[in-house]
Write a protein that binds this ligand. Sequence first.
Ligand SMILES: [Zn+2]
Length: 163
Amino acid sequence: MEILSRIEKTEKNMDQDNGAPCADQPLRAALCDVRSFLRDAGLRPTRQRLALGQLLFTGHGRHLTAEILYEEAVRRSIPVSLATVYNTLHQFTEAGLLREIVVDGSKTYFDTDTSDHHHFYVEEDGKIVDIPSDSVAFNQLPSAPDGMEITRVDVVVRLRNSK
Ligand SMILES: [Zn+2]
């Protein structure tokens, strides 16, 4: 069944239950999680945000470009445009639900794991792999300009096949 009609059905059931809290049905529980996840972040859980949020946040530690998420949405018959996917990813990022990884000027990945860590980037196939934050150490960082503080240091270690 299409994900969106499943969402509509689930919403209907929830209405009938007078908004009873999440039950133990997997889809409903996942939807409830995403819904409250969005609400907690101050985002209105619109149908498109719920559908994309479900694709994004039900897995663990995913790194996706807007194009990858768009393809997943199309495969699941979620009617969204690439522009909507872009906007939604940026809204989620601004709300602190995603972390942006800029690999180069033309390629931006979105990470569902917002905790402190770094990344390998495999240049040939555009793959992103996590590096735990404690495997990277700095013995010198510049001091922040007056009135500013460093929020985070993102390291992208580029890889290619060694032969
Ligand atoms: Zn990551």
